[in-house]
Design a protein around this ligand. Structure first.
Ligand SMILES: [Fe+2]
Length: 231
């Protein structure tokens, strides 16, 4: 399996590229400003993009789902209940997403937003999970907009993600400190937000964060509901 962790420095977003041995590729959370770089990489590595997926409707960057579908003819997909009517297909909890031999299991992990998903790699080494903005390295996504819910996030963390094998690699949607990868076992032990109990204390903690709005939120959310097209 080919694997690359790509970075958009403007929004601190990680995009993940996976491909099988015959070049069928998937991109997770592509950023519109990086499309030229992706297309160049596909050419250089002889890849065909089959599938582009977002972990959720982002508030901090504009998705490349629409631009990539136009440029490559790939399938674009987002998880229910995302309101992006422009995607080729939607998926729900438990669905298997495939591109050639690459298989990702969609895990509905709401909390940061109600349409947040994580993707568990089930093919090849089957050893990693892409956690979007649900689980960060030593942190988590915020829960104060886009139908976010601290209660849902707590349940997604403790009921789903942190029940995955301790050895599983964790690849988040962002990192603001330079971390690139962790494991489920490491996060269970050292992620402060994974260790706030009971659920009421977690809700109180998240409610008191009082974070500023992301700088691109006003343009990014409407644009992402149109697969990255800005008016
Ligand atoms: Fe997000």
């Amino acid at each position: 399996m080919l694997f690359r962790q790509l970075f958009d420095h403007d929004t601190w977003t990680y995009t993940y590229l996976l491909a099988d041995d015959t070049g069928n590729a998937v991109l997770i959370d592509p950023v519109v400003g990086q499309v030229e770089q992706y297309l160049r990489l596909f050419k250089e590595l002889k890849l065909q993009l089959k599938l582009a997926i977002d972990t959720h409707v982002h508030a901090d960057h504009i998705t490349a789902l629409g631009a990539l579908r136009d440029a490559t003819g790939c399938i674009s997909a987002m998880g229910e209940p995302a309101t992006a009517a422009c995607v080729s297909r939607t998926f729900k909890d438990g669905d298997l997403l495939e591109a050639g031999k690459i298989q990702l299991r969609a895990l509905h992990t709401p909390g940061h937003t109600d349409d947040s998903y994580s993707f568990v790699l089930e093919s090849g080494p089957a050893d990693r999970v892409f956690t979007g903005d649900t689980l960060f390295i030593r942190g988590s996504g915020r829960t104060d907009f886009q139908n976010g819910s601290a209660r849902d996030l707590y349940n997604s963390l403790h009921g789903k993600l942190l029940k995955l094998p301790d050895t599983m690699w964790v690849y988040p949607g962002h990192d603001y400190k330079g971390w690139t990868v962790s494991t489920i076992g490491e996060e269970k032990q050292h992620n402060p937000r994974a260790n706030i109990h009971p659920i009421a204390a977690f809700e109180k903690f998240m409610a008191e964060l009082k974070l500023p709005d992301p700088k691109y939120m006003d343009v990014a959310v409407p644009a992402n509901r149109a697969c990255g097209k800005t008016a």
